[in-house]
Design a protein around this ligand. Structure first.
Ligand code: SF4
Length: 362
């Protein structure tokens, strides 16, 4: 959808459009709201009601503007618009396949690996991604206020000297304004044994206007600070996202990308190649490609592992190491992120041809 046309139709200025608060206040959360942007099938209200009861809708006008209304099954629409299949297989998969809820020593703090913890600092997101592995939380409410939640998490980290890295996640931590976000960063940074902070945020992709000069000025005070984001399709790389990532990089915050392999979104070598090359061009390091977890409400977006392996093999020949992510499955418990690797016959033949490179080939 043409951005200028959309601004004209909404009767707003470019200044409003570029204001992250305007984008958040004007998120689309209902089907009638969505119909202002896209033509919905006549049966949509009836068919999608059960989906929305279980999994709400939220999309920024910016992200909606990237959807091509003339493309059936647009890959960005697939990531943000409700689909009847989310509710159709309501018993398939697990609401919490990684048993995150069972690994919380205190509320909202996941401790799966000895040296790092993940703090779920909010349950809100600018866009509710239909493939989210935490969609079980979208409709739940916090039981304590911000300060109490933070104090409990920091208390735990203080008593766990093996924790050297704290990952702020959610939800999306950049849903907070700068002062609250700074309160979070400052509290964890003040723990003497915490060496590194990390933020997991999809804002550079779904609401790049959130990356402001003020935000970057604040973030740079908390380095070493890393930001992991999630681009899943080359159409998500725009001048706005490129600018947002450049601002973070200029502030000394390395930006890495963790994609999720999604059927009909990025499961073709051609699309994935364009995504990886596009990320390399904006200096964002492709880091992981996650095999989509068996999350309830996401099963229709999963591919097979063999399809993922075939994709990786096709990419290996076309992409430099810098642009190639590691294909992994996140498994419950200590197993954690396991690389998915398989040597095809072609690769085995390549290795055999060069046996002299190895002491002990077989
Ligand atoms: S931004 Fe992240 S946490 Fe939020 S819905 Fe998307 S994938 Fe889930």
């Amino acid at each position: 959808m043409d951005e200028k046309l959309l601004m004209h139709r909404l009767n707003i200025s470019r200044r409003d459009w570029q204001d992250w608060r305007w984008q958040l206040q004007n998120r689309v959360t209902t089907l009638p709201g969505l119909a202002q942007y896209l033509k919905l099938p006549a049966a949509a209200p009836r068919d999608l009601r059960p989906v929305l009861r279980a999994y709400p809708l939220a999309v920024t006008p910016y992200y909606l503007s990237l959807i091509d209304p003339d493309v059936e099954a647009d890959p960005l629409a697939r990531q943000c618009l409700p689909d009847v299949r989310e509710a159709a297989f309501s018993n398939a998969g697990s609401a919490d396949p990684l048993d995150e809820d069972g690994r919380m020593p205190v509320s909202n703090l996941i401790h799966r690996y000895p040296d790092r913890v993940l703090a779920m600092v909010t349950r809100n997101c600018a866009v509710y991604c239909r493939h989210c592995n935490r969609k079980r939380l979208w409709k739940t409410r916090e039981t304590a206020g911000f300060r109490n939640r933070l104090a409990a998490m920091v208390r735990y980290v203080t008593t766990a000297p093996q924790v050297r890295e704290v990952i702020l996640s959610g939800g999306d931590p950049l849903m907070y304004d700068d002062s609250r976000l700074e309160a979070l960063l400052a509290a964890f940074k003040a723990v003497p044994h915490v060496e590194v902070l990390r933020i997991g945020s999809r804002m550079p992709v779904v609401l790049p206007m959130r990356i402001t000069k003020d935000l970057c000025r604040m973030l740079r005070r908390y380095r070493p600070l890393w930001l992991n984001t999630q681009f899943n399709h080359p159409a998500e790389i725009t001048k706005d996202t490129a600018r947002a990532c450049a601002m973070l990089l200029e502030a000394g915050i390395p930006v890495s990308n963790q994609s999720v392999l999604l059927q009909g979104v990025n499961d073709s070598p051609e699309v994935m190649r364009r995504l990886l090359h596009g990320l390399q061009k904006i200096s964002v390091r492709p880091y992981y490609l996650f095999h989509c977890e068996p999350v309830r409400g996401c099963m229709h977006l999963r591919t097979s592992v063999s399809a993922g392996l075939a994709l990786m093999e096709a990419l290996r020949r076309d992409c430099s190491g810098l642009a190639l992510p590691q294909y992994v499955a996140d498994l419950p418990g200590e197993a954690g992120k396991v690389p998915l690797l398989c040597l095809s016959e072609t690769l085995k033949n390549d290795l055999r041809k060069h046996q002299d490179f190895f002491d002990n080939f077989e």
